[in-house]
Design a protein around this ligand. Structure first.
Ligand code: ZN
Length: 348
């Protein structure tokens, strides 16, 4: 894993003529092109007095801006080491494509409304949502140029069509592309053999996109799924196996820049007074608490936004308003500690 980067180079060296430097800086452009004279600097530090220095700055992005999170650029004088910072504006644009399945449907169903409510201005969601689709199946579809189910949401309403994966990737200039394993395989490392093929293909098609990993959730204790027996029908055992598989197979992949910890947010909420009750069939998220908490997790992880700023609730489930504190806390703790469960309040 590496820190997130985007298309711009981490270090964009500003030449000493400072044309891009804003007015709040007194800069002496007479230093343009001049060599740094050796008696002004040393290799370990500066002896130049900043008060009299004819500054010659170079800059680096010390924090990349995100959708709802300002970035920062730091300027450092090559001569006297004086530094100052400038804020980089929030991008206010969220363009995310999932190569997913029904679990990414759960994740994205409320995402448009949540992001819109929190002030994201340009929202484009795409989802290749073949039922039960594994990493291997996505890769086969790419190799065979198969048409797949593609849903898109730019206005708050999902619309579907059929396209090849290559056409979907070309359909938008995606900022973020999310990958996941299907739930039946999520906890089994030997099913991740095509992950690198997928990541490499995407990074060639969409070199400016950040590739992120969707850490999916474990089944509810009531699930009748056959393979769930391998985890003694214990959601925490399955969750732990999903996390260890992530660490073994996904974390080493340098082109995957971050994790969206849905499985951890779910497990956090299950530890609260809400309990292990938030699926609709033992594994898909419920239309109320389940989809809402996953939508909030995607929002927080992908935009850098604050879940406290989201007041929107799905209109069919106003009763969730009473439980917003524990839902939000479960998400915040998952963002802060994405690969471990954080115990939540046992009483309302
Ligand atoms: Zn200086």
């Amino acid at each position: 894993m590496k820190e997130q980067t985007n298309s711009s180079s981490m270090i964009d060296s500003v030449s000493s003529n400072n044309q891009s430097v804003s007015d709040n800086l007194e800069s002496d452009t007479s230093s343009v092109g001049s060599d740094v004279s050796s008696d002004n600097t040393s290799s370990t530090g500066s002896t130049v007095d900043p008060a009299t220095c004819s500054h010659s700055y170079e800059s680096s992005i010390t924090k990349h801006p995100r959708v709802l999170d300002e970035g920062e650029k730091t300027f450092t004088c090559k001569l006297c080491k004086h530094t100052y910072t400038e804020k980089l504006p929030k991008t206010k644009t969220l363009k995310v494509l999932a190569l997913g399945n029904s679990f990414s449907v759960d994740a994205m169903e409320y995402l448009w409304d949540i992001a819109n409510n929190a002030g994201v201005e340009n929202i484009v969601l795409g989802n290749i949502n073949i039922s039960g689709c594994s990493l291997d199946m996505h890769w086969d579809n790419i190799v065979n140029d198969t048409t797949v189910s593609y849903k898109k949401n730019t206005t708050g309403t999902w619309k579907g069509k059929r396209s090849t994966v290559a056409e979907v990737l070309a359909d938008e200039e995606w900022d973020i592309i999310s990958l996941q394993q299907n739930s039946a395989n999520s906890a089994f490392p030997d099913t991740y053999g095509n992950l690198n093929n997928l990541v490499n293909y995407i990074s060639v098609c969409e070199p400016n996109a950040r590739i992120v990993w969707h850490l999916t959730w474990s089944y509810q204790h009531t699930s009748k799924k056959e393979f769930f027996k391998e985890f003694d029908r214990d959601p925490i055992k399955m969750y732990n196996a999903i996390v260890s598989t992530y660490k073994e197979k996904v974390e080493p992949c340098e082109l995957i820049t971050s994790v969206t910890p849905s499985g951890t947010a779910v497990q956090n909420l299950r530890s609260s007074y809400i309990g292990d009750t938030i699926t609709r069939d033992g594994f898909h998220m419920s239309y109320s608490y389940g989809r809402y908490i996953i939508g909030l997790t995607w929002f927080a992880a992908l935009t850098g936004g604050n879940v406290d700023d989201v007041t929107w609730l799905p209109s069919d489930y106003p009763e969730m308003a009473d439980d917003l504190p524990v839902i939000r806390q479960s998400v915040k703790d998952a963002i802060k500690t994405p690969l471990a469960i954080t115990q939540q309040a046992k009483e309302k």
